[in-house]
Design a protein around this ligand. Structure first.
Ligand SMILES: *Cc1c(COP(=O)(O)O)cnc(C)c1O
Length: 368
């Protein structure tokens, strides 16, 4: 008998969410971002669910090759670009597009003497201060790339720090757009700007944000980068982490639960033991208010999350018994809500899904 813990991936919801992203920015081409094992959903599943995307974007060069082996024929983009000379040769050999964000990467491409053609996303740092050329250095980098015979299309790219919050007190999208416009002035090429935040707030930025390529990630997986909830944005959950109650304890007032005896009951309680712990990717920092669905009813955690188990309050769910289904996140329980109760974001929970969790595929309705 396998352990009852499963992560069901809803490919239909992933396809639905991609269609939502496209509808937010009509006419734009869409990179579906599948880095980090498609945010924990599986690279190959991402490829199938996002068959309608114009391209797949990711970080890992080995996984870019894997996508080609799996039969993806449309564009692939490396979001951190090439790391060494071998990557430069791979770009040309397998038609993989690369971000370029340093002069070192340009030198690698110059020295590789590739037959080409290769397409580049040239990245500008407009205030995120992570990757990219400053607006002042951008035209020089562009000219160096343009002079490389193998380089065909150059797309101009930047990344938003606060696309979820339209008027962020430190750095607004508007400021980043102004810096982008100044650095990119007069340079030919398509523009690639919006992550999920930019896509979801496209309407609110009407007329200010022009993007030829969008790069949605988290929204494709039914999470939001902030602002409204996923449901309010019309997004569907794509991963349901579900398990069962494998034990029950009846405790009295004054009894404690779990490691550190951190939870102490102030009344008689029924406690359910659920087969899911931090070694499965469930956040150990999840506090006592973290929601859990037991037989479709909301309850909360009690006590510390341990490696293989967590404990829930069954006081209001008298019918719950060994074998009762439990949803940790997904259908009926937004992952963002669980993440927020654990002091983190949905991104981290999805990406941390552990290899020992059995992964299934299925439509969302079966869980709803
Ligand atoms: C991860 C990533 C994205 C997607 O970001 P989300 O917030 O998940 O939509 C877009 N662009 C780049 C460069 C990225 O690294």
């Amino acid at each position: 008998m396998p352990r009852p813990l499963t992560a069901t991936i809803h490919l239909d919801s992933m396809a639905h969410n991609l269609a939502r992203a496209r509808a937010c920015v009509p006419g734009a081409r869409a990179w579906a971002v599948v880095k980090a094992n498609a945010y924990g959903h599986g690279l190959e599943r991402g490829m199938r669910a996002f068959a309608d995307a114009d391209g797949l974007a990711l970080i890992e060069p080995d996984n870019a090759l894997r996508l080609r082996e799996l039969g993806w024929t449309k564009p692939i983009l490396l979001l951190e670009g090439l790391f060494d000379a071998a990557d430069a040769a791979m770009l040309a050999a397998h038609r993989i597009d690369s971000t370029v964000h340093t002069m070192e990467q340009i030198v690698l491409l110059e020295q590789a003497a590739l037959a080409g053609p290769i397409d580049i996303h040239l990245k500008m740092n407009t205030g995120m201060n992570r990757l990219g050329f400053t607006p002042e250095a951008f035209a020089t980098a562009y000219a160096r790339l343009r002079a490389i015979a193998a380089v065909r299309d150059i797309t101009l790219m930047t990344h938003f720090a606060n696309a979820d919050e339209l008027e962020h007190p430190r750095l607004t999208i508007g400021e980043q757009l102004a810096r982008f416009a100044s650095g990119a002035a007069g340079l030919a090429g398509l523009r690639s700007l919006s992550n999920s935040g930019g896509v979801l707030h496209h309407d609110a930025l009407a007329g200010r944000l022009t993007t030829d390529w969008i790069r949605p990630g988290i929204m494709l997986y039914g999470g939001t980068p902030g602002g409204k909830t996923a449901a309010e944005f019309g997004l569907l959950p794509t991963m349901t982490l579900a398990s069962e109650i494998i034990g029950i304890q009846q405790i009295e007032a004054g009894d404690s639960v779990g490691y550190g005896s951190r939870f102490v009951a102030d009344r008689a309680m029924r406690i359910g033991i659920v087969a899911c712990g931090y070694a499965d990717g469930y956040p150990r920092h999840a506090g006592p208010d973290t929601p859990v669905l037991v037989a479709g009813q909301r309850s909360t955690l009690v006590g510390r999350v341990s490696m293989d188990m967590l404990t829930v309050d069954l006081s209001a769910i008298p019918d719950a018994c060994v074998g009762t289904p439990v949803v940790l996140w997904g259908a009926g329980l937004p992952i963002d809500e669980v993440a927020s109760a654990a002091g983190t974001i949905g991104y981290e929970l999805m990406c941390a899904l552990a290899p020992r969790v059995r992964v299934l595929e299925g439509p969302l309705e079966h869980h709803g």
